[in-house]
Design a protein around this ligand. Structure first.
Ligand code: G4P
Length: 532
């Protein structure tokens, strides 16, 4: 079924033209590498904010920019993913936020389904950290091109050459510097813009509250002191060894361009903004579930990559974040939800940045739209205006944490069930069931502990069904592909078998050894890893 109520009178520019201007990306990093600071610095250069001084740094940011939920306010973290839209020259940048707290959540991964490339941010003093590598792994599996940024160069850190070697070793990508710092980490005097072929001296203005002062070094770097000479030699060494920037190798993530920044001082940020707009890939034809490709200038289509409920406790609202894949989104158009074959009216469409919402009347391929009152929409749903389009499902990610949930007050069991079903629907946690445990005690599964905190918070606050959580000792879940044909017991040594409402059967194990024993004991069972 398909229906359109409004035929958009195309305003001015063509879809292709608008898509060409878009750059939709996420910044992936370990907490504290400076993702928020860098995003604010980009916003400062794009003149979205006037003064980075008011927001740079965690202490001043707390409770101001994106902390809308009680739990976020308590913990001073940002759980909600939204997208910040910036303009730079002719380009429109959509910076899709990956929640930057210490815990992983599935949301963090799902965001990566909605972007066209990623910026991998590394703290110069720490090098690669585990969370960055996990996120990078998801990016690689999605085939996303990666731009690497080494941040905090104004602080003592590792040697630039060691960092470059580390990128090659840890990621398998060939790092190609586009900027190179003059001065060791902690003595950031300026940089060679290898991309533009100029040397730029940098000075912080008002401690980083305003864009840094850039002075192009007259006569080239040869006239400068030993610091600049050493930097030039290093840059030449790396370029000789790793080669020059190659768009084709970048596109398939064999090569990653590298830039150095001190986001807190706005050093190297303009150069990064230029690289994002000039080298970052624009939205292109998107793969469909049927294996075809949806061109950006086809009729409107998009998919939901995140659903958020309870942002406004008073209104019980549900926001579904939609990535536009093709055509023009016009607020008010009636779309079809491919999963349900039912119409969805888009009267309320917002751009959500923390607490603030701005009405979106039009959106183009690459843009992120928050659809309000979207209780029926689920993560992975495809929406289209005219021709039927279905995008691939966003994969489930392998949970590593498991807990049994029970209603703290058995008299509120009905509310408990409703709450668990809603959390499952939104993908806040995965919900696993078995006959043995029954409906009263489902097992919640998550990638990060914060998912459980959010679930518990919402069970009490929103569904009025406080729940007790009892952690289980499992650390590993695998798919059982032919469980239906085998007669397996529900429990075994070091594990148990459970079911998800999408029909998948999962085996949970305390550790890898138990998985190996299970394999040996059940040679007829097909076991495979979760997620792709
Ligand atoms: P995140 O979003 O990745 O978690 O990191 P965030 O931007 O919050 O930055 C973490 C800390 O690192 C902050 O300090 C921030 O000021 C600092 N930082 C970020 N980029 C740079 C940089 O380029 N140079 C230096 N020297 N510091 C940087 P904080 O102590 O948590 O907050 P505050 O004391 O600055 O308020």
């Amino acid at each position: 079924m398909s229906m359109t109520v409004i035929t958009p009178a195309l305003p001015g520019p063509s879809v292709l033209e608008e898509a060409r201007r878009r750059r939709t990306f996420a910044v992936i990093s370990h907490p504290d590498a400076g993702k928020s600071t860098l995003t604010e610095a980009l916003a400062l250069y794009a003149r979205v904010i006037k003064d980075a001084g008011v927001t740079h740094g965690k202490s001043s940011r707390h409770g101001t920019v994106s902390d809308w939920m009680g739990l976020e306010q308590e913990r001073g973290i940002s759980i909600s993913s939204a997208a910040l839209q910036l303009n730079h020259g002719d380009a429109v940048l959509n910076v899709v936020d990956t929640p930057g707290h210490a815990d992983f959540s599935e949301d963090t991964y799902r965001v990566l389904a909605a972007v066209d490339f990623a910026v991998m941010l590394i703290d110069a003093a720490k090098g690669f950290e585990p969370q960055t590598l996990k996120l990078l792994d998801v990016c690689r599996r999605r085939g996303l091109p990666i731009i690497t940024v080494i941040n905090k160069w104004d602080r003592p850190g590792l040697e630039a050459l060691n960092l470059i070697d580390g990128i090659a070793e840890q990621t398998g990508m060939n790092p190609v510097p586009l900027t190179w710092p003059a001065g060791r980490a902690g003595e950031f005097a300026g940089l060679f813009d290898l991309y533009r072929g100029e040397a730029v001296q940098l000075e912080a203005v008002r401690g980083g509250a305003l864009p840094s002062l850039e002075t192009t070094v007259a006569g080239g770097p040869a006239t400068r002191d030993a610091q600049w000479q050493a930097a030039l030699e290093e840059a030449e060494l790396v370029t000789a060894a790793n080669g020059k920037f190659d768009p084709a190798a970048f596109q398939v993530a064999r090569q990653t361009p590298v830039l150095f920044t001190a986001a807190a001082k706005n050093f190297g940020v303009r150069q990064l903004l230029d690289v994002l707009t000039e080298l970052g890939p624009a939205p292109s034809a998107r793969r469909t579930a049927e294996g075809g490709h949806q061109p950006v200038d086809a009729g409107f289509s998009g998919f939901v990559f995140k659903v958020q409920a309870g942002q406004d406790a008073a209104h019980r609202d549900h926001i579904a974040f939609l990535r536009v894949c093709s055509g023009v989104f016009e607020r008010g158009m009636v779309l079809t939800n491919a999963r349900l074959g039912r119409p969805f009216a888009t009267k309320y469409a917002h751009r959500v940045i923390g607490r603030s919402r701005e009405v979106v009347d039009y959106a183009w391929p690459g843009d992120i739209v928050g659809l309000v009152n979207a209780a029926r929409l689920r993560v992975g749903d495809s929406l289209y205006a005219t021709e039927t389009v279905r995008f691939p499902e966003i994969p489930h990610f392998a949970p590593e944490l498991f807990t049994v949930a029970r209603a703290a007050d058995p008299g509120r069991y009905k509310q408990f069930r409703r709450g668990i079903a809603q959390l499952e629907h939104e993908g806040v946690v995965q919900v696993l069931r078995s006959d043995r445990r029954g409906e009263q005690a489902p097992v919640l599964a998550a990638v990060g502990a914060l998912q459980f905190e959010v679930a518990q918070h919402r069970m009490a606050g929103e569904f009025h069904a406080p729940a007790t959580f009892e952690p289980l000792p499992y650390t590993l879940a695998m798919h059982l592909n032919n469980a239906g044909e085998t007669r397996l017991p529900e429990t075994f040594r070091g594990g148990e078998i459970m079911h998800r409402s999408d029909g998948e059967t999962l085996a949970l194990f305390t550790d890898r050894y138990k998985l190996e024993h299970f394999r040996e004991d059940n040679p007829g069972v097909e076991i495979s890893a979760i997620g792709t």
